[in-house]
Design a protein around this ligand. Structure first.
Ligand SMILES: [Zn+2]
Length: 142
């Protein structure tokens, strides 16, 4: 079995790779940003341009921009040595969970707590909002 440390390294590579894919989607709009493919090294600079992402986000599919933001945050945690630890209860997040959701910043328990909170907020707002992915595909059909 691989050491947790090594598994986290390979997960970090996946995150960097996935971020590059997402950035390529943005490439037409922010052409100069994609050069910082040097793993974690460029991430402080990337954080500095995160404000630019925010302006581009409106033109991106919601799911993709959310994922990019989550990946950026995860890579910052890698840099700080906090990656793989729950931001709420600071326990180690199980590798199995990180494999499924490499940018997870919370353990399952804290994530569920947060989601049920969001659910109750959504319910109280009474907004019949579907999953963004789903609403995108249905809207193109009609
Ligand atoms: Zn937790």
């Amino acid at each position: 079995m691989m050491k947790r440390e090594d598994q986290i390294k390979s997960l970090t590579k996946k995150l960097v790779q996935r971020r590059r894919e997402l950035l390529e989607l943005l490439d037409g709009e922010l052409s100069e940003l994609h050069n910082s493919d040097d793993a974690v090294a460029g991430d402080l600079a990337d954080a500095a341009v995160e404000l630019d992402y925010a302006t581009v986000n409106s033109t991106l599919a919601e799911a993709e921009s959310d994922e990019l933001a989550a990946i950026q945050a995860a890579l910052l945690r890698v840099k700080e040595g906090a990656y793989g630890r729950c931001v709420d209860c600071s326990k180690n997040i199980p590798i199995d969970r990180l494999r499924k959701v490499p940018f997870a910043d919370k353990c399952v328990l804290c994530q569920e707590a947060k989601e049920s909170l969001q659910d109750s907020i959504r319910l109280s707002n009474n907004a019949p909002q579907a999953n963004p992915r789903r609403s995108r595909s249905t809207s193109s059909r009609t």
